[in-house]
Every structure is written in C-alpha cells, then in structure tokens.
Design a protein around this ligand. Structure first.
Ligand code: FE2
Ligand code: FE2
Length: 261
C-alpha cells in the first residue's frame, strides 16, 4: 500500500479540550438565518425538496444515546473526560440542525417524518459495535451531508433554506474532521492490513449509502444541479479527503495531542 500523504504538514490530531472549546463557541455563534413563518419555497422547489428535507430532518434528530454511552465508557477508560463532554455538545449541534429543518418545514406547512426505513437501518448499524463502529457509521452520514447540503443550497432561492444550508455546512466540515481524527486516534498502532480492512468496509458502506441517497433524494439533488455521476464523484472526493484524516499514519504522535491545533 502506498505511503499515506499527510492531510497537512504531519501533526497530531486536535485535542479533545480544543474541540470542546470549538463546540462551546459554536453553540453561541449566531445562526444568521432570516426566519419567517411564511412559506419561502416556489412550487417547483417544494415538489423537489420537501420530501428529501423531511428525511434529513429525521436523520439529524437522533438523541445519540448509544454514541454518548460509548464515549462515556471511552472517557472512563482513557481519562479523556473532555471527549465525553465534546460528544454531548456534538449531539446537541446535530439536534440544532434538526430544529432548523423542523422550523423551516413548519413554515412550509409540512409535517415531520417520524420513521423511514433508511433511517432505521442507519441507526441499527450505528448500534452494532463500540465507539469506533459508531463513529465510522456516523461519518458516512456526515460526509454525505457535505455533498447534500451544498446541492440543497443550490436547489433553492429561499433565503431561509440557503442560510440553513450554509450554517449546517460550516458545522459539518468540523464534524467530519472531529470524527475522522478520533478514528485515527482509536486506530493508532493497528497494522496496515487491519487499517485497510476497516477502510474497505467503510468504502462498501459509503458506496451503498450513496446509492440509497441518490435513490431517495435524486429530485432534490438534480435540482441542485448534480447528475448521478457528479453526485457519485463529489461523494467519493469528500470520502477520500476524510479517509486521510482517519488514517493514523498521517499524523505525528510524539508528545500530547494537539500540537498543531
Ligand atoms: Fe448535521
Ligand atoms: Fe454532523
């Protein structure tokens, strides 16, 4: 396997304390969303995107109990208490995304979804293992979210929805890095074969997830000016960027974490 190329000059992952600071600051950063109680979607936009947003709203609304318990156990074992608190704020940030979309759908007069098969499958997958599995599955959604919200922003002239997408995209970029770096920390010391096997399983899941997302959200994505091929390519580009960040061989590990934050 070729030697991995470091995402930046080789450095340690950002420490939990620094991530905690970032999530705390972000929680109080103004949303800058021009809320209104009136519908802002055109009829054509409404037809293309509302079903899709309903499903993403449900996906963003997880209570994250399994992830939190796994993070709490990890914090107890490693002494990294800040990580457990950071995960709590991370889950709140995802719930904030769900709240944005719920408020938007409410103004459009659209009911929320309470269950979809894709969401149920995804939630069950996250519960299959411990922290590493939960994060690896979650990252699949985080990476796809980066492509989806970019297309959704292009799909609409609604200032409200565009501002929601802008804020979520900013948050998700940090989420991907946060989760990918934790995978690198958890995978530190694993053999090349073990790392390749894990990444192959993630690739398999990601490919399947891309296919499902295109099937379920094609109307919204096409309106966001993505063809099937462009969506596929954008998805894999985002995955490969994150794959570098989850590779422990891309970091230096001498001394404490965070030297490069
Ligand atoms: Fe989110
Ligand atoms: Fe996220």
């Amino acid at each position: 396997m070729p030697a991995p190329v470091p995402p930046s000059a080789a450095s340690a992952p950002i420490s939990s304390e620094r991530w905690l600071d970032r999530f705390r600051v972000n929680a109080t950063t103004p949303d800058r969303i021009p809320w209104t109680d009136l519908p802002t979607l055109s009829p054509a936009e409404r037809k293309a995107v509302t079903e899709s947003i309903r499903e993403f709203q449900l996906g963003e609304s997880s209570e994250g109990r399994h992830l939190q318990s796994a993070a709490d156990r990890y914090a107890l074992t490693t002494g990294d208490a800040a990580y457990a608190t950071t995960i709590r704020l991370f889950i709140r940030e995802e719930q904030r995304h769900a709240a944005y979309l719920a408020r938007f759908l409410g103004a459009e007069g659209v009911m929320l979804k309470t269950r979809t098969w894709a969401d149920s499958v995804f939630r069950n997958l996250r519960h299959l293992g411990e922290l590493e599995t939960a994060i690896a599955v979650l990252l699949t959604a985080e990476i796809i979210a980066q492509v989806y919200y970019l297309a959704l922003r292009r799909a609409t002239g609604s200032r409200v929805l565009r501002a929601i997408c802008r804020r979520i995209l900013a948050d998700e970029a940090a989420h991907v890095r946060f989760q990918a770096e934790r995978l690198a920390i958890l995978r530190r010391g694993r053999t090349t074969v073990s790392l390749m096997l894990r990444l192959s399983l993630q690739r398999l899941l990601f490919g399947l997830a891309l296919a499902v997302v295109w099937h379920n959200h094609g109307d919204a994505l096409r309106r966001g000016r993505l063809s099937t091929l462009e969506f596929w390519r954008a998805g894999w580009r985002a995955f490969e960027r994150a794959a570098e960040q989850m590779d422990p061989r891309c970091y230096t590990w001498d001394g404490d974490l965070d030297s490069a934050a």
